[in-house]
Design a protein around this ligand. Structure first.
Ligand code: FE
Ligand code: FE
Ligand code: ZN
Length: 277
């Protein structure tokens, strides 16, 4: 079973996202918990969540992925920015409990010149402040392209964050194909080697979601520009090897390619047609 979906707008609520997903052949999706640039979140509509939960069950949805706003930076050098990140994540995680047992992904942050070590310590501090024993959500660190002072450009940096978290069982990783390729992990010519390294450094059991994006830029560019599937430097063959990789079965795959709904529908069909299991 290929669990695949794409990024959808949350403006019309959960049930609407579920219906939209089904209409394009998806059985999962990603959405922003609030405006990607930050700001207040819409109040949760409990009847909408309830209707969605029934709908998702009926249509065999896998786990869905909530994405934190980009502006969230737990390792900023500014206290106010760090505080915003902390409050936003805490609020997001409280809201996530309306849909128990799902996934919450965030960009670890940018250390803005303080160095990766300081960045990692600040991110750890925030996670230790917001994670709770009772929460049912798994919090995912996204693999980053290494643009600017991004933390999370290597598996070692992600491992260091996880190592610092007390409630480590709440943590996982979301692998973004564009980002890791951009960061210098050759998933085109050596997928197995990259997965071996992921397993050695982080542990493959922590891999909970895949962002499937082609890349506008060549290997190791550190630029983070997504391209449509098959139209970038990674190419369709490499994507097909990823979805058909025995070690990655069951992990939800989310497209964040530059597309409207019809474009996403085409990519989902293309990948489902190439799925071998
Ligand atoms: Fe992301
Ligand atoms: Fe991503
Ligand atoms: Zn990206």
């Amino acid at each position: 079973m290929l669990n695949i979906g794409c990024h959808l707008s949350a403006a019309k609520g959960y049930l609407h996202m579920g219906e939209e997903a089904v209409s394009i052949g998806a059985n999962t999706f990603q959405f922003f918990t609030r405006n990607p640039r930050g700001g207040a979140a819409k109040a949760i509509d409990e009847s909408d969540v309830k209707a969605f939960t029934a709908f998702a069950k009926e249509h065999g949805f896998s786990k869905i992925l909530a994405h934190a706003p980009y502006t969230l930076n737990a390792c900023s050098d500014k206290e106010a920015t760090r505080e915003f990140a902390l409050n936003t994540m805490r609020d997001d995680l409280a809201r996530m409990e309306y849909t128990p047992g799902q996934l919450y992904n965030f960009h670890p942050g940018s250390h803005v010149g303080q160095g990766a070590q300081v960045g990692i310590e600040l991110i750890v501090k925030q996670l230790n402040a917001v994670l709770t024993k009772d929460m049912t959500t798994t919090v995912l660190l996204e693999t980053m392209a290494g643009k600017g002072s991004e933390v999370g450009r290597s598996f070692e940096e992600l491992r260091a964050i996880i190592d610092g978290v007390e409630l480590r069982e709440k943590m996982g990783v979301c692998l973004d194909t564009c980002h890791v390729y951009d960061a210098g992990y050759d998933i085109v010519n050596d997928l197995d080697g990259v997965l071996d390294e992921f397993d050695r450094v982080i542990g493959l059991e922590r891999l909970k979601a895949i962002h499937m994006n082609d890349s506008k830029n060549p290997f190791e560019s550190h630029k983070d520009r997504h391209e449509k599937i098959g139209e970038g430097a990674i190419g369709l063959d490499a994507m097909v090897r990823i979805i058909n990789c025995p070690r990655l079965q069951g992990i939800p795959v989310l497209l964040e390619t530059p597309n409207e709904l019809d474009g996403y529908a085409k990519e989902i069909k293309m990948l489902r047609d190439a799925y071998a299991f």
